[in-house]
Design a protein around this ligand. Structure first.
Ligand SMILES: Cc1ncc(COP(=O)(O)O)c(C=O)c1O
Ligand SMILES: [Zn+2]
Length: 368
């Protein structure tokens, strides 16, 4: 029987669309056991749903899929090192957030939900709006006033109601959570079903590397929905005896908004308030990550680390990716700037995987 559980106070809750956090205020996780059958995986099409037995959606549910996932893993050289880059900007809505949205909105459909709210820096909102359009579920998407117009236009194109909030990303979340007292909250950071979608990144890498795990992965961390999904995915693979070791997880933040970097360096269990500056990497400009404690635990447990990158380094990485044939958004370039930093200090023989998380077409105005 699947249940929500709180790792902070050890309480359990039955699954329900309105239950999005614990009564103690902490985020919730999902109790669920994945199964892996390479034979079954190989019989299915090249989408993230080929790992069907690992996704907590019941068989009878119509799955809301646009054949997303199984993105290419391309070999690209950075700083003279061979790296493997997962092309997650090639999703239907232009960012990796579709991994989480296809699973979370399928669950909302299974629950019979008719309307949801979500808040986002833009990309998760676009992904949730797209899958809601497919599901016939109404949705309200809250974004900060300063969000790139490419993302707000996209959200509206899917028929969602766009709510622009004056003030910070954190203020946007506050306004959305007020709405979530009446309408189910399809939150990518709070709802664990989202992570059960983003974890497929790990399964794809494992399969594409010949059923092996890399030594390290360099990933963005704002709320850490990819980072934590990847951690969960490799942990499940290890528990199932499919890999020996969970790879090192290296998280990248902007130097102007680095609460996890600060907490990691100081050895804190949780993040603490920081002073946030303005960064072009809008997708990772999160000063209060909902699952900060979990991100720090995953980083430490895997022997990983958190690195920060400057605005100049982000701009240089954006240019370099373009010159290698990949038009990505500045948030994704921040990860690549971090990858370059990591490559300069890693051990020589390590295999390192990273990703392009979002398309450059999302931020043309900003780049201009
Ligand atoms: C393109 C892109 N990359 C990375 C991230 C970071 O994701 P998270 O906040 O879940 O760590 C985001 C978040 O919006 C994003 O839009
Ligand atoms: Zn609790």
């Amino acid at each position: 029987m699947e249940r929500f559980f709180c790792s902070n106070c050890s309480r359990f809750y039955p699954l329900h669309p309105s239950r999005w956090r614990c009564d103690c205020g902490s985020f919730l996780d999902l109790e669920f056991e994945s199964e892996f059958s390479i034979k079954k995986i190989l019989k299915r099409g090249p989408t993230l749903w080929r790992y069907r037995e690992t996704i907590p959606i019941h068989k009878e549910t119509p799955i809301l899929s646009m054949n997303e996932g199984f993105t290419p893993l391309e070999e690209i050289e950075f700083n003279g090192n061979r790296t493997l880059i997962k092309m997650d900007y090639l999703f239907p809505t232009g960012s990796y957030k579709d991994r989480g949205a296809t699973v979370l909105i399928s669950k909302m459909k299974e629950w019979g939900v008719q309307k949801v709210v979500e808040d986002s820096s833009g990309n998760a909102g676009s992904a949730v709006a797209a899958y809601c359009a497919k599901a016939g579920i109404k949705c309200e998407i809250y974004v900060p006033q300063y969000t790139s117009s490419e993302k707000t236009v996209q959200i509206q194109a899917y028929g969602a109601t766009l709510k622009k909030v004056q003030g910070s990303r954190e203020r946007t979340a506050e306004v959305a959570t007020e709405a979530a007292s009446k309408i189910p909250y399809a939150s990518h950071c709070w709802n664990p079903f989202f992570l059960h979608g983003t974890k497929t990144f790990a399964f794809e890498v494992w399969e594409q590397m010949g059923w092996k795990a890399p030594d390290a992965l360099v990933l963005p961390v704002g709320h850490g929905t990819l980072f934590l999904g990847v951690y969960m995915g490799f942990r499940e693979l290890k528990e199932a005896g499919m890999i020996k070791k969970i790879p090192k997880l290296v998280g990248i933040q902007s130097a102007f908004c680095a609460p996890l970097y600060q907490a990691f360096k100081k050895g804190w269990r949780e993040t603490r308030p920081i002073e946030k500056g303005e960064t072009v990497a809008e997708g990772i400009a999160i000063s209060e990550p909902v699952r900060g404690r979990q991100i720090l635990e995953a980083t430490r447990e895997t022997g990983g680390e958190i690195l920060v990158v400057t605005e100049k380094e982000i701009r240089m990485a954006l240019k370099e990716a373009g010159r290698k044939g990949h038009f990505i958004e500045p948030t994704s370039a921040a990860t690549i700037a971090g990858l370059k930093k990591y490559l300069d200090k890693k051990r020589r023989r390590e295999t390192v995987v990273s990703t392009f998380t979002g398309t450059g077409l999302k931020s043309v105005g900003k780049m201009l």
